[in-house]
Design a protein around this ligand. Structure first.
Ligand SMILES: *[C@@H]1O[C@H](CO)[C@@H](O)[C@H](O)[C@H]1NC(C)=O
Length: 389
């Protein structure tokens, strides 16, 4: 019966039981043995369940719990009301009068003044690319920085330190510093709101007036130059309009989608217009620029940003901040927080799962980037390796 080794090992316990249970003995002995065999079989299964499956599930839920809840988001959260898209017409050879008319707007005799206002943290390169892109059409560049991050960590005044890189806008600059409140444990969105309020005051000091255009956006949300030119020249544009931007991650090599919408342009109204970064209207002007998130030169800037800003709760494990891991993730186009796509339908979640495909297009990017491709190489396709900093 036991000539074959494999057979022997795999069937060992059954055979032993068969032997015992198959014996011709008294009925009491037989039922006792049966019970013992039954327990013996259960034991192994119970042990496996208790010591393998249960701990594995607990670890799994701990590590992937956030993913599980995000995956089922379509069940507990419905998508926001859709925007009303405004078709955006542009070609460099088409005159402004025709462009305004294509949008259903009239053309003005002279353009509106334009104010660009940002809260600054550490995005020095993005700020330079942004201001070079917008330079021809901006009346005042308004920048506010704080010595506190939104998460109440002290931070250097990075703009003040790098101010000599921005000499080209110095005559048009309105710069403000604001002291942080440093409330530990407070929701980061409160400090953020406090800083945005201070930006409203700085705008008034900068001399903004009714019907001037005001761009409200983060430093890394860059409207294209021709978009701002269109809005300053055309009459009858909506009082508030969101800008749809192409979404990039880490560099212009990884285009995630084209659905960034938080940036907005306002026809300023004293007493009504408030600096904000949430949805303020239904109108969305298509294809109006670029949003490059986590587009940093140095690995240390990634670490700072992950710790400093409003979503620092997403750093669930300290190894998320390891420079080697961050570098690998940048080159793969994967997610720094190991999260699922934040979408509202299963179709979108599944469609956007996994790393972002590499792009080899550097067409229609900010012109300053291409004119200085050597200096900003890390933002262009094929150059994902970052210096430590
Ligand atoms: C932040 O700035 C304010 C106002 O300038 C100052 O009073 C405060 O000491 C600064 N705090 C830190 C931590 O640098």
């Amino acid at each position: 019966m036991i000539s074959d080794g494999n057979y022997y090992t795999s069937k060992k316990s059954d055979d032993l039981c068969d032997d015992v249970c198959g014996q011709q003995s008294s009925p009491t002995f037989v039922s006792m043995s049966r019970l013992r065999c039954l327990l013996h079989g259960l034991d192994i299964r119970t042990l496996i369940f208790l010591f393998v499956i249960v701990p594995a599930s607990i670890v799994g839920i701990y590590v992937h719990g956030q993913k599980i809840t995000y995956f089922f988001r379509p069940l507990w959260q419905s998508p926001p009301k859709p925007f009303i898209p405004i078709t955006h017409y542009y070609h460099e050879n088409v005159p402004m009068e025709t462009l305004c008319k294509l949008h259903g707007w009239g053309v003005r005799e002279f353009p509106r003044r334009v104010f660009d206002a940002v809260l600054f943290s550490n995005e020095v390169d993005m700020l330079k690319i942004r201001w070079k892109e917008l330079y021809p059409y901006i009346t005042r560049f308004v920048l506010l920085e704080s010595n506190s991050t939104f998460t109440a960590l002290p931070k250097p005044l990075n703009f003040a330190i790098n101010r000599d890189k921005f000499k080209f806008i110095e005559p048009r600059l309105s710069y403000g510093e604001i002291g942080g409140r440093f409330r530990k444990g407070e929701n980061p969105f409160v400090e953020e709101a406090y800083q945005r309020l201070a930006l409203d005051q700085l705008l008034r000091i900068a001399g903004i007036e009714d019907d001037d255009l005001l761009i409200m956006s983060d430093v890394d949300e860059i409207p294209s130059r021709h978009t701002i030119d269109l809005l300053r020249w055309c009459d009858d544009i909506p009082p508030i309009i969101h800008l749809q931007l192409r979404n990039y991650l880490y560099s212009f090599e990884f285009q995630y989608d084209h659905q960034s919408w938080r940036a907005s342009v306002h026809r300023y109204q004293r007493g009504t217009t408030r600096y904000a970064h949430y949805r303020q209207t239904d109108y969305l002007l298509s294809d109006s620029g670029w949003h490059c998130s986590f587009c940093f030169r140095y690995i240390n800037d990634f670490i700072f940003k992950m710790k400093a800003y409003s979503h620092n709760d997403r750093i669930r494990f300290s190894h998320f901040l390891s420079p080697k891991r961050i570098q690998d993730i940048i080159c793969q186009g994967a997610n720094l927080y190991d999260m699922l796509p934040e979408e509202y339908t299963f179709r979108d979640i599944i469609g956007k799962m996994g790393p972002i495909p590499h792009s080899h297009s550097a067409v229609h990017l900010p012109s300053f980037l291409l004119e200085n491709a050597d200096e900003y190489k890390y933002l262009l396709p094929g150059n994902c390796v970052r210096e430590r900093g």
